[in-house]
Design a protein around this ligand. Sequence first.
Ligand code: FMN
Length: 358
Amino acid sequence: MPHNPACLSIGQYAVPNRLFVAPMAGVTDRPFRQLCRQFGAGYAVSEMVTSRPDLWHTLKTSRRADHTGEPGPIAVQIAGTDPPMMAEAAAYNIDRGAQIIDINMGCPAKKVCNKWAGSALMRDQALALSIVDAVVAVCAPRKVPVTLKMRTGWCDASRNAVTLARAAESAGVAMITVHGRTREQGYRGAAEYETIAAVKAAVTVPVVANGDITSPAKARAVLAATGADALMIGRAAQGAPWIFREIAHYLDTGETLAPPLVAEVRRALLAHLQAHYGLYGEYSGVRSARKHIGWYVRQWPGGDVLRQHINTVDEAPAQWQAVSDYFDQLADRFDRLPAPGPDGLADAAADNSVEHAS
Ligand SMILES: Cc1cc2nc3c(=O)[nH]c(=O)nc-3n(C[C@H](O)[C@H](O)[C@H](O)COP(=O)(O)O)c2cc1C
C-alpha cells in the first residue's frame, strides 16, 4: 500500500497520516505525544486510564487525562474488566475532552484494576464483547468513535483476533489495532503479521498493524505483509521520535532521510524536558525524565557517561544544563546525529520490553 497521507479516518475524524504512536504507560504522556506529533506522527493515543472511579482523582490518572494544548482528535485509552465501569469511564473521559475512546485489549500487564484485563480479555470473548457493547452504547449517542487495541490472541493455540475483530466491528468499533503477538508471548519472540493480514481481510474498518516496527524498511515490509491502513510504533520511538518522519519520507520516496541535525534534536529534547517538568513538577519530573534522556543518548558517543551523571542529579536546572552541555559537545563533533548501528533501534526495543514485562 502506498503511504497515502490523506485518506484515513476514524469515525468522523480525518487523521493527517498513517503513522501512529502507540500508547505506552509511563512513556506516552502529553509531552511525549506532542513531540512525536511534531516529528510526524499523525495520531497518538493516551496512556491507558483505569476504569476504576476511585482512582480517577489520583494524581497519576488526572495527569494521564490532561490534554491541555494537544491537537485533536484526543484519543483516550481505557482499561478494565467490568462493562458498566468501562462505560462509565468512557463517559467520564468524554466529559473531560476525549473525542475517541480506545479499549485496551492489548496490554499484557497482569494487574489492571486488580484483575486480568487488557489482553486477558481475549480469553473471554463474551466479556470482551459485553465491554465493547457497553462502551459503544455510551459513545455512539455522543458521536464518539470507539476503537479497539488487541493482540493476535491469548496464546498460540488460540489466535482469535479475526473472530473478535469481526464481532467488534459488528458491535460498532471504528478501528482495530493489532499487536502481532499473543498475550502469552508478552514481548518475547518476534511479532508476526499473518494474523494482522487476516484481520485486515476480515473487516472493513481501518486496521492498524503494530509490533516490532523499528525502521523505515521494516515499516514498508509490514505494510506490504498486512495491507494495513496504518502503522503504530511504540518502543522504537523512545529516544527517537523522528522515526515517524523518517518512515514517512521512506514510504513516500523510497529514500532514506538524513539523520536529524544535532541542533534540532537539542532544541526538541530541551523543550521536551521543560514540558515534562511542567506536567510532573520538579521532584517527579526530574526522576521520570531520566529514562527519556537515557533513551535519547544511549546510541550516541558519551551517552553512557551522561546517563550515569543524570542519575545523580536531583534538580531540574542541573539536569537540563547537563543535557544542554552534552549536546553542545556533540554539536562540536557532528552536524547530524551519528547514525545508529544496523541493530541499534532493535536492541533498544528489546531492552525496553524487559522493563515492561509486568
Ligand atoms: C512501556 C510500555 C508501556 C505500554 N503501555 C501500553 C498501554 O498502556 N496500553 C496499550 O494498549 N499498550 C501498551 N503497550 C504496548 C504498546 O502499545 C505496543 O503494542 C507494543 O509495545 C508493541 O509495539 P512496538 O513493538 O512498536 O513497541 C506498552 C508497551 C510498552 C513498551
